[in-house]
Design a protein around this ligand. Structure first.
Ligand code: HEM
Length: 408
């Protein structure tokens, strides 16, 4: 009796990568086509998920290609016609090409986007924009974005077409009377297949390279920053006649984004205060704030704030505030005062009144004050949201400083 042919199956690693990427791609197409709501407003969590899964696929593909090079896939069945073999070969090349080109074009697209929205993978790991693209002139990015988007979309349709051919081909060969190919990509449990001829090898190189790619791109900016590249920080200032308790002090900003409230603090700042209530004419305060230390509790906001159109921390790591012209207020509370606050961010200075109160308890003074800042006046987020469709036009700043007078 003739023995049924037993096809050699793929390695377990190749199968896992194949099905993971296939699943991811299916989800990516579904996500990609549904990322806008009925009013054609982007649904942000879907964009972030799309970017996260897309980058994951890119990383998995690095491992997959290297694994394939080191673990040759089983040869196509002899029963397949030469034309079918050639077609299958080219469909595979097309699929591999697209599965690399799609995430790469997506990454280029978001890097060149006129909206400087950070990519944070799964809400946790920041993924930087491609070097040089966010720095292009706004007009260039506005012109570039729709073109790359078109390329991305066309490639997604090509992927759908090749994907369909791939699935039809696999099923056709499985149900026709030749040896079949689908069963070779399915664990032995489900199909009559022989184990791979050669033992699996190259796991370290394949997964090590994928991991290294991910680590270098995601970790590069973090390392550069920790080496002092971006976040210059601010030096502690011992000047002034007040000793500040930074643990009990805070500079907070708040506003709305997409209708929701957000709020954050600057974690790194120093101030030198010269203040004597009996000599207001001589009073002054100089505050220095590390712009890269803004923390909102949301990594997407934090990373977006670092971008060129917001704080541009690479070029302007420090913002300063100079308080002067103190006058005792004539408000209801007789301890209320007003000073002029000259705030400088990215070499733009805006002067606003800063109203504050002073309360003393056991020799420790607490200053509580607030002001409003216009994003437009400070040229913050004006490239992508000049009309405040997303982020409120005014940002509230509240300051609490606890300090004790330095006794000579
Ligand atoms: C294998 C990976 C990917 C696939 C299959 C894929 C697929 C898609 C699809 C089908 C769309 C909708 C196209 C349309 O009909 O308008 C889309 C849109 C989009 N993709 Fe991807 N994508 C991938 C990776 C990425 C990556 C890695 C990023 C960014 C890091 C990205 C960013 C975007 C953006 C921003 C849009 C919306 C463009 C717009 O409407 O403004 N994609 N993608």
């Amino acid at each position: 009796m003739a023995q049924a042919p037993t096809s050699e199956r793929y390695t377990a690693v190749a199968m896992t990568l194949h099905w993971l990427v296939a699943l991811g791609l299916g989800g990516m197409i579904a996500l990609g086509k549904n990322m806008y709501d009925a009013e054609h407003k982007p649904i942000e969590w879907m964009f972030q998920l799309h970017k996260s899964v897309g980058i994951t696929i890119l990383v998995l593909m690095i491992a997959r290609v290297l694994w394939r090079v080191m673990n040759r896939p089983p040869a196509l069945p002899e029963s397949m016609k030469p034309l079918e073999k050639r077609a299958s070969h080219w469909v595979h090349i097309g699929l591999y090409g697209l599965v690399f080109a799609l995430p790469l074009s997506g990454w280029i697209m978001v890097s060149a986007s006129p909206f400087s929205i950070a990519t944070v993978l799964y809400g946790t790991v920041g993924w930087p924009h491609i070097f040089g693209l966010p720095e292009l002139a706004l007009e260039t990015r506005q012109a570039l974005y729709p073109k790359i988007e078109q390329v991305h979309e066309i490639m997604s349709w090509l992927l759908i077409a090749l994907f369909a051919l791939h699935v039809v081909g696999a099923i056709k060969h499985e149900i026709s009377d030749d040896e079949g190919v689908l069963k070779r990509m399915i664990p032995r449990l489900f199909g009559k297949t022989a184990p791979p001829r050669a033992p699996a090898r190259g796991a370290l190189l394949a997964f090590g390279s994928a991991f290294a790619f991910f680590g270098i791109i995601a970790g590069g900016p973090v390392i550069a920053q920790s080496l002092g590249g971006n976040d210059a920080g601010v030096q502690a200032q011992a000047e002034g006649n007040w000793l500040i308790n930074y643990d009990a002090s805070e500079i907070r900003f708040s506003g709305t984004h997409s209708g929701d409230d957000f709020s954050g603090v600057f974690e790194d700042w120093t101030a030198s205060i010269n203040f004597d209530a009996d000599d207001l004419a001589a009073a002054s305060a100089n505050v220095s704030v590390a712009t890269g230390s803004a923390r909102t509790g949301d990594t997407i906001y934090d990373n977006t704030l670092e971008a060129a159109e917001w704080f541009n921390i690479a070029a302007f790591p420090e913002a300063t505030v100079v308080l002067s012209d103190f006058v005792a207020g004539d408000g209801a509370a007789d301890d209320e005062m007003v000073a002029q606050a000259a705030l400088t961010i990215k070499e733009v200075t805006v002067s606003v009144p800063f109203v504050f109160t002073l309360v003393e308890q056991d020799g420790v003074w607490t200053m509580t004050g607030a002001t409003e800042l216009s994003r437009e006046a400070l040229y913050l987020g004006q490239d992508s949201d000049a009309t405040a469709d997303w982020v409120s036009a005014d940002i509230s700043v509240s300051v609490t400083v606890q300090a004790s007078p330095v006794t000579p």
